[in-house]
Design a binder for this molecule. Structure first.
Ligand SMILES: Nc1ncnc2c1ncn2[C@@H]1O[C@H](COP(=O)(O)OP(=O)(O)O)[C@@H](O)[C@H]1O
Ligand SMILES: [Mg+2]
Length: 339
């Protein structure tokens, strides 16, 4: 039997917290599903677990570490002071202090968060990525002639499809300018404008550090969206149940997938994982065209771990039940060398 561990589950919070704050009410809400599922699994596995939510006070983490002396931190903190770009700083700090933690290190988080840098690295290694241009706030907004319509306008550094709606899909220079301006001003965010890749949308879940296991491929299907309409996982498409029902949006296992293509996708995703220096676990998002060309859209290190989300569903399909998945992530974290 494997050694039982002392695990500190680390969460983020959107308002100041205290050391022994009672989170039982939060843990019953939908927003905290991942945290609740992970805690339940850790307890089922027999690990000694404590948890801490931090907003902006790193002293709390220091105090908790001194009193509890965890073997490993299960890191579910992906924002700090309501800022999502600070996820990389939290793990930098843990790495400096020599505390083992689960999931991705700071370089992987940084590379994947920046939708331009990740694509530059991958295209250097001849992985297909959409043609793109980045447009910083305050810069003149113009479409380079090489960038062909239709184009998708996205915030450069956001997640969860924040700032992505049907209006992000543009077909004229006027729409282009208008949407870029909107993202600059309303989201206070730099922009990446990418050529729109028409095709099936696949989510590939991967576990490991050097040796990787790729789980069965998931797909987002757009059952009721007319064929000539753009198919985009917009903010509403991800989070609005009514909207998902109306347009027949479903996350399911990819059906009728040519085994040769599936193998090719696995290979590409493993390369992407290593090239972007991801550790622990991640979900790679792809588009595959009618000609079976595989395009990288985005890599998500530390993807949502709720038991009913794509990552855990894929693992389950590969005969890795949820508690075992959590245990494997934990032990990978314990054994990761962070330099
Ligand atoms: N170049 C593209 N071509 C086609 N669809 C895209 C493209 N970029 C993004 N999308 C669509 O928008 C969704 C969200 O984009 P993504 O870059 O993953 O942002 P986020 O980090 O907010 O999830 C994707 O899941 C996909 O449906
Ligand atoms: Mg995405």
């Amino acid at each position: 039997m494997k050694r039982k561990l002392k695990v500190l589950a680390l969460f983020d919070a959107i308002a100041p917290t205290t050391l022994d704050q009672d989170l039982s009410a939060e843990l019953k809400t939908d927003d905290w599903k991942t945290e609740a599922n992970v805690l339940a699994a850790l307890s089922e596995l027999g690990h000694t677990t404590e948890h801490l939510a931090i907003f902006d006070d790193l002293d709390l983490l220091q105090q908790k570490r001194q009193s509890f002396e965890p073997d490993v931190i299960f890191n579910l903190a992906d924002q700090f002071k309501n800022n999502r770009t600070f996820d990389q700083n939290i793990v930098s700090l843990l790495a400096m202090q020599g505390v083992p933690f689960t999931g991705c290190g700071s370089t992987g988080l940084t590379l994947c968060k920046h939708k331009g840098i990740s694509k530059k690295i991958l295209s250097y290694h001849r992985i297909h990525v959409p043609q793109f241009v980045t447009i910083a706030r305050g810069k003149r907004i113009a479409r380079p002639k090489r960038l062909k319509f239709p184009i998708l306008i996205k915030p450069l550094n956001e997640e969860a499809s924040l700032g992505i709606s049907q209006a992000s899909f543009v077909e004229t220079d006027e729409q282009f300018k208008e949407r870029v301006q909107f993202i600059h001003e309303k989201y206070n965010s730099d922009v990446i404008a990418e050529e729109y890749i028409e095709g099936r949308e696949f989510y590939v879940s991967i576990l490991g550090n050097q040796r990787l296991q790729v789980f069965p491929i998931r797909e987002l299907v757009f059952k009721e969206v007319p064929p000539d309409e753009p198919k985009i996982a917009t903010y509403k498409a991800k989070w609005d149940e009514e909207y998902r029902k109306k347009w027949g949006l479903q996350n399911q296992f990819a059906e009728r997938l040519d085994p040769v293509l599936a193998t090719q996708i696995e290979k590409i995703c493993k390369r992407i994982y290593h090239l972007l220096t991801i550790d622990g676990y991640a979900r790679v998002d792809l588009r595959v065209t009618a000609k079976n060309e595989v395009y990288f859209i985005e890599a998500n290190p530390n993807p949502i771990l709720a038991a009913d989300e794509d990552f855990a569903q894929s693992a389950f399909k590969a005969n890795v039940p949820y508690p075992q998945l959590i245990d494997r992530i934990l032990r990978l974290g314990l054994n990761t060398v962070r330099d």
